[in-house]
Design a protein around this ligand. Structure first.
Ligand code: NAI
Length: 397
């Protein structure tokens, strides 16, 4: 039997020995990947006693790829993600300047990974800046391909910017003065609908109660405001039996919306009001990191970039390469481990996912953790190295 994950008639089909490509990542990538791979294999072994096993396949990206092949993101790597559907990656450094686009953004665009999925909840034992972090249990669906991330941007020093300004003046009557860089913010009906419908599907499947559309439609009426309107329309059109705008219909999922700045206040004031959030690319970037900080999880939050139609999904650590602690057995591998938990859930290997959750939550609650977490804990936490922390997670599964 083929060991490729496949999408057959809209359903993901996962063999017992799937080949899963992984990118180690730069900086602390090697520290956290080695630890995480051991934890993943232990969870799968414990859950399935040898009847299932991941066949890991290394693919290159980032600094390691550049050193070995002269390319930051070899075509082979993109092809492997497209071919095997499910992949996982550590952090990648983005070379500053020189016009090299973020590798993460490139992968998201080229593979059309239209959802950036960021579940955010609290782990007992972690110190946080808020009084009741356990009230946060929010899953963010961030549109991943459009908005100001689309890459339609032009420098003030590019001669073409004057042409564009002249066109905008002549055709639109827009008077853009002085030395100005310009960017476009596209937001299409198609991308809105596919994002919002996945958020609704997730809410139905996971018995969530509310889907909130977060936008700045009061200011950007034809992009963010359109996202709001198209989002409501699509959800109510496609799932009339499951979704309502009327809070009195308590047997259905409530769909509502919130202006992004109010949302950033409300997540501090009444986070329990939010459940599943669907939002545009830039709002999603800000909101998911603000929420992660609120639960003290900025260094451990997981993420995934998914195209639910083709099945292609890349799970990833959301922190950077932390060059200051690379190679020192100090890095916290929780973010990549929890992204692996999301990966197993996506594959339908729920038992392995549950073991990872148990291992991580028990270990963090025991306050035997890596230095970044220990430094934020009261009550005599014990600082462990990356390897020792991973070993304890396995023990606690
Ligand atoms: P960073 O997340 O690498 O580091 C910020 C701080 O957090 C540092 O003090 C670092 O030691 C600490 N830290 C981060 N991850 C940690 C972990 N797992 N365990 C313990 N401590 C951890 O952010 P920074 O410094 O802004 O970026 C460094 C590089 O990472 C840049 O090249 C940037 O482009 C890249 N980056 C890549 C991302 C990705 O691939 N998803 C995301 C963010 C940044």
């Amino acid at each position: 039997m083929s060991n490729k994950v496949k999408m057959i008639e809209g359903r993901l089909t996962v063999p017992d020995n799937p080949t899963i490509p992984y990118v180690v990542g730069d900086g602390i990538g090697a520290d956290i990947w080695d630890a995480a791979q051991g934890v993943f294999d232990a969870a799968v072994e414990k859950a399935y006693k040898g009847s299932k096993k991941v066949d890991w396949k290394e693919v290159l990206a980032g600094g390691k790829a550049f050193d070995l092949t002269g390319e930051w993101l070899p075509q082979e790597t993109e092809d492997a993600f497209a071919q095997y559907l499910i992949g996982i990656k550590g952090p990648l450094m983005t070379p500053v300047g020189g016009g090299i686009r973020s590798l993460n953004v490139t992968l998201r665009q080229n593979l059309d990974l239209f959802v950036c999925l960021r579940p955010i909840s609290y782990y007992k034992g972690i110190e946080t800046p808020v009084k009741a972090p356990e009230k946060v249990d929010i899953v963010v669906f961030r549109e991943n391909t459009e908005d100001v991330y689309a890459g339609f941007e032009i420098s003030s020093s590019d001669p073409k910017v004057e042409k564009l300004k002249a066109f905008l003046k002549a055709e639109m009557g827009w008077d853009i003065k002085g030395e100005t860089g310009l960017g476009l913010k596209p937001m299409s009906k198609e991308s809105t609908e596919r994002l919002v419908l996945e958020a609704v599907k997730y809410a139905i499947k996971n018995k969530r109660k509310v889907v909130t559309l977060v936008h700045k439609g009061n200011i950007m009426k034809y992009t963010e405001g359109a996202f709001r309107n198209w989002g409501y329309e699509a959800a109510l059109r496609e799932y009339p039996d499951f979704v309502t705008k009327d809070p009195k219909e308590s047997d259905k999922i409530l769909i509502n919306d919130c202006i992004a700045d109010a949302f950033l206040q409300n997540i501090l004031l009444k986070p329990e009001a939010y459940d599943v959030v669907a939002t545009l690319n830039l709002n999603g970037d800000y909101c998911s990191d603000a929420l992660a900080a609120q639960v003290g999880g900025i260094g451990i939050s997981p993420g995934a970039n998914i195209n639910y139609h083709t099945g292609v999904a890349i799970f990833e650590a959301t922190h950077g390469t932390a060059p200051d602690i690379a190679g020192k057995n100090m890095a916290n591998p929780s973010s990549v481990i929890l992204s692996g938990k999301m990966m197993f859930e996506y594959m339908g290997w729920q038992e392995a996912a549950d073991l990872l959750e148990k291992g991580i939550s028990t270990t963090i609650a025991s306050k035997k953790v890596t230095g970044d977490l220990a430094s934020m804990m009261t009550g005599n936490p014990v600082t462990l190295g990356t390897k020792e922390y991973a070993a304890l997670i396995i023990q606690n599964m």
